[in-house]
Ligand binder design. Structure first.
Ligand SMILES: NC(=O)c1ccc[n+]([C@@H]2O[C@H](COP(=O)([O-])OP(=O)(O)OC[C@H]3O[C@@H](n4cnc5c(N)ncnc54)[C@H](OP(=O)(O)O)[C@@H]3O)[C@@H](O)[C@H]2O)c1
Length: 251
């Protein structure tokens, strides 16, 4: 059985990855949809043209990650596509943010992404693809989203390193560095209406980001950054001193 696994599939960008999967990877004949809200996963599964399995997991919970490992062991699938999309970001200065929320960002964005990758890679054959959802926030720390941007710097760095490790096995790894998207992320993170930066920046369309990510993965690209505006920002953030960029990149 050739499958795909998508985390964060219940809403936003992850949902679009599920909807665009079949047209991009016809070799996949089943998809495992992971998030906490099972009803949304079931509903999405019914809309897909290939069989979907809802796998309701809280990826910040160790036992749930072990449950994924057990399911892989039992079913022994060939995982042709892994999309690590589950993520969260909360607006606020570090010293004023509930420690529980700071921990949730590091647990979900870094720890879960790392451990899900560790669990899945042994089941990936040659010509498989990993898509890790990073962000433009990975280019330079964003004050008032310091922890979030730091977790995304980890995602990009992890992806680049893993890419080299998996090259001999013929598995591609692509980090997706999207700009803002109008998804639940903005409400959950307390961002909507509270950030001048988010009000000012151009937005990315999750449908286009999902399609562009798959194209980049199939072309074995290390990074995918949608929109010329954010591609330019990526280059400038590399060229200019980070002590200057950090002042301009405040959320
Ligand atoms: N929106 C933006 O502006 C933006 C910009 C750049 C990058 N990103 C990144 O894009 C990715 C997708 O975000 P989005 O914009 O699509 O936001 P979203 O609609 O809030 O989606 C987040 C997804 O993660 C899942 N999730 C949250 N906590 C989880 C947990 N503990 N265990 C398992 N799944 C969990 C959510 O499902 P449940 O609630 O059902 O668990 C949901 O499916 C994230 O990695 C985010 O950092 C977003």
């Amino acid at each position: 059985m050739d499958i795909a696994i998508i985390t964060g599939a219940s809403s936003g960008l992850g949902r679009e990855y599920a909807l665009k999967l079949a047209e991009n990877f016809p070799e996949v004949n089943e998809v495992w949809l992971i998030a906490r809200r099972k009803a949304l996963l079931d509903e999405l599964g019914e809309r897909l043209s290939i069989p979907a399995v809802s796998v309701p997991l809280d990826l910040t919970n160790n036992e749930d990650i072990k449950a994924l490992s057990r399911k892989l062991e039992e079913e022994n699938p060939r995982v042709r596509v892994l999309v690590n999309c589950a993520g969260c970001g909360y607006l606020g200065n570090v010293a004023e943010t509930d420690p529980e929320l700071l921990g949730r960002m590091t647990d979900l964005n870094m720890r879960a992404m790392t451990l899900v990758s560790r669990a899945v890679v042994p089941y990936m054959p040659e010509n498989s693809h990993i898509v890790n959802v990073s962000s433009i926030a990975s280019f330079c720390p964003n004050a008032r989203m310091t922890v979030y941007s730091s977790t995304k710097a980890y995602v990009s760095s992890f992806s680049l390193g893993l890419r080299e490790e998996l090259r001999p096995a013929g598995i591609s790894v692509t980090a997706v560095c999207s700009g803002p998207m109008d998804t639940e992320f903005l409400d959950i993170g307390g961002i909507k209406g509270n950030s001048k930066m988010f009000r000012t920046l151009p937005y990315c369309d999750p449908k286009k980001v999902a399609a562009g990510s798959y194209k980049a993965a199939k072309a074995d690209r290390a990074f995918y950054t949608p929109r010329v505006f954010f591609k330019t920002y990526r280059v400038l953030a590399k060229l200019l001193p980070s002590t200057l960029v950090v002042k301009l990149a405040k959320t």
